[in-house]
Design a binder for this molecule. Structure first.
Ligand SMILES: [Zn+2]
Length: 134
């Protein structure tokens, strides 16, 4: 039973069982049914608002999914570009070296350094001599 139906049923009970035999009781039960009706109305209002919000969220969810798909496509394109760049970067100008201080590998460009110039490790910031090419 919906709240409204229950309230109507209650009202019927009150009327049918002579509960409103005194003005005080009539006033009390009238106020009670009124309060319940107000509650039911407020709840119905919230249900409508809730439904509206739900519809809105579903729409929003669809939009976000659409944007995610488009973003994925864009990012896929970018990844291919990065791969090309990376190969170029690795093969032509840069050499991998291990830092003697923190033992992390990084890339540097040998053409940019003189023999007696220090390499600066990007991980720990310490300088060391460019190793001889193997
Ligand atoms: Zn280092």
């Amino acid at each position: 039973m919906e709240a409204r139906e229950k309230i109507s049923y209650l009202k019927g009970l009150i009327d049918g069982q002579n509960l409103t035999d005194t003005p005080e009781n009539e006033k009390f039960y009238g106020a009670l049914v009124d309060a319940l009706n107000s509650l039911a109305e407020a709840i119905e209002g919230h249900e409508i608002m809730h439904q509206d919000l739900n519809d809105y969220l579903e729409q929003l969810d669809d939009d976000v999914t659409e944007i995610e798909d488009e973003l994925d496509e864009l990012l896929d394109d970018d990844e291919e570009c990065y791969d090309d760049d990376y190969e170029e970067f690795d093969e032509e100008e840069y050499t991998s070296v291990k830092c003697p201080f923190c033992e992390k590998d990084f890339y540097f460009e040998p053409a940019m350094y003189d023999e007696d110039e220090d390499l600066i490790c990007p991980h720990c910031g310490k300088g060391f001599k460019v190793p001889e090419p193997e």
